[in-house]
Structure formats: C-alpha cells, structure tokens
Design a protein around this ligand. Sequence first.
Ligand code: FNR
Length: 357
Amino acid sequence: MQREAAQSYADELEMKAKAELPDYVYGYFAGTAGGGESVQDAAAHWDAVRFRPKAFTNTSEGLTRTSILGTQLRTPVLAAPMAHQNAATPLAEIATARAVRRAGSLLGVSTNTSVPFSQIAAEGAPWWFQVYVMKDRGLSSALVERAAAAEAKALVLTVDTTRLASSELVIDPQLWPETPGKRRLANLLEEDLSGLSEDATRGAEDLTLDIIGELRERSGIEVIVKGILRGDDARRAVDAGAAGVLVSTHGGRRLGKSVTSMQALPEVVQAVGNDCEVYVDSGIRTGDHVAAALAMGARAVFVGRPVMWGLATGGEDGAAAVLERFTEELRLTMAAIGANTIRDITSDMLWRPQATC
Ligand code: FNR
C-alpha cells in the first residue's frame, strides 16, 4: 500500500506539472528516445524488486546519513543534473541548490545551466559539475576550470549523450526565446566564441578513455563517469582513473530500447568491486526504489524528473519536498527491512539480488 501511495505521488506531481507548464516545456522535460520503452520499464523494474526483511534488528534511529566521495550528506537521494531548469522555475539551479541544502543532499549541475557557477556555489549546497565534452576541447577546459574554481566537489562526465537520439529532445531556440540556447551557456558568456566554428559547443563524438585523466588533471577534482550500463565499461573507466560510475540510461532519453539501470547495476557493481563508488539513476520514483538500489550496491541515487516536477510546481519548496519525501519513504522502508543505518542495507535483504525481471 505504501509503495502504491508513493508511486502515485510522483505521478500526481507530474500531472500537476503537465497542467501548469507550456506543452513544449513539458514535452522537453518528459521526452524520451525511441518509443520510450526504457522509461516504461525503468520504474516497473525497480518495483519488481522484493525484499527479505531481517528480524531482531534495532531500527530505532533510521539514520539516512551517508558520505559520497567523502562529502557528508543527510540523504543518499541526490538531484540529477538537468538542463534548462529556468524553464521550470525562474531561479533555476539557485532554487534547486536551496532545496538540496535543506534536504542535506547534493546537486548535479548541467553543462547547460543558465546560472553562473558562483551563484550556485553561494547557496552552500555541495555540487558536482556535469561535463559534456565539446568539439572545441578548449571550451570544455574553460568550463571545468571555472567549476573547480567555484568549488564543485567533482566532475560528472556524461558519456552516453554525445548526440541526442530524438529530435524532441533538442531545444529549438525559436521556441525557447528566453532560454539560453546551446551557444549561450551561462558559464561561457565571457568567452569570445566569434572565431570558433558553428558546432564548437556540440558534443565531441570521438571521446576516448584518456579524457578521464585529462579532466582530472585540468580541474584537480575527481571524475565520475555517467551513462555506464556495462561492467566492462565501468571497469575501463575505473582503470582510467574514475572515482565513481553512475549507472544511467539518461532517463531513457538516449536509447529507447536500452536495458534499464536496474538491470545493469549488478554487473557494474560486480565489475568494479570496492575500487570506486557506484551511483544509479533513471526511474527512481519511491523510497522503496532507493532502498533497492542501495541493497544492490549503489552508494546513492540521483533523481531527475520528479525534482523537475517539484521545481515546476513549487520552485525551491517543491523540489525540497520531493527530496524530503523520498528520504522519508526510504526511512520507512529501512525500518520495515530491518536497517537502522544506510550501511545496514545489504544485498542479503534482496530476494534474488541478480533479478533481471
Ligand atoms: C536530463 N539529464 C541530463 N543529464 C546530463 O548528464 N546532462 C544534462 O544536461 C541533462 N539534462 C536533462 C534534462 C532533462 C529535462 C532530463 C529529464 C534529464 C539526465 C538526468 O541527469 C538523469 O540521468 C535522468 O533524468 C534520470 O532519470 P529520471 O529520474 O528522470 O527517470
């Protein structure tokens, strides 16, 4: 019952956002690649996980605090990097950063943010900068150096979306008059782009593993690789210097028929062992889903669209409510499965830990 109620919470929030947002904005936020199969399956696969609750445990405290690459947090429920948050709420990432700080969480900041890093950092929430490596590597370098100077705690290198799969997901500047287009990224405004080619800010389509070390060296901060769905790729990323991997289907926005992140997580966890932290996103919609991901070996989860729906319907308060609700649901699930702390959520609490639905 609790799970059904929680599911309808995320769905209801989406319906509310859909009613309030212009169609083209809702369409961009909700958009998927292909026929959307990966998205349809994602939440269903998390839902299909079954727990083996432990008896005779002390669950009196229900502590959701954790640490992510050494940063202390009150929750393992983190805000995914998402572009164009200014179309959801005028304060964009400033509102999200405030919500994240209230929830004791961590914020992913997209390359496509409309807010200067200094303003996001001033809100005091821990944040990671998500990097799309551009065709013009000099521009990417400038961005990561600026992010590190503004005290981003890590870089999130997205490797799954050098080219978006669906035309629905590409911003048409004509439709988005007040939204900075791809060539007007807030943190490149002072850059003189006049001598550069038209496609300088487009994603590089020839990324190799060397980029992990290059970004690490250039920024002086750790690199997490986002968009990993295979154990062998995870292993290669770690061997090339990644401090973490984020198992993600990009919320089903890249490939309609990809495996879901729940299906990919066990092989990634197995491939990297204790050599790096593993995070997961895509389709996480309830506290049960968070608990399932942690039991499968994820250190934390990122939540995308529900945070966007919170922003769209209630700005800072709306986004904070989503993060706090997911955390409270996690606490309830922890009590039900016999876990007093995040560390107590272990794989033996899953029925068929390798289940692939
Ligand atoms: C995203 N995502 C994303 N990822 C990224 O690395 N850089 C980006 O700029 C964006 N932008 C973006 C915009 C919108 C509107 C959405 C919905 C998503 C993907 C995001 O970080 C995350 O992987 C997914 O959103 C997780 O899936 P759910 O929680 O939305 O199902």
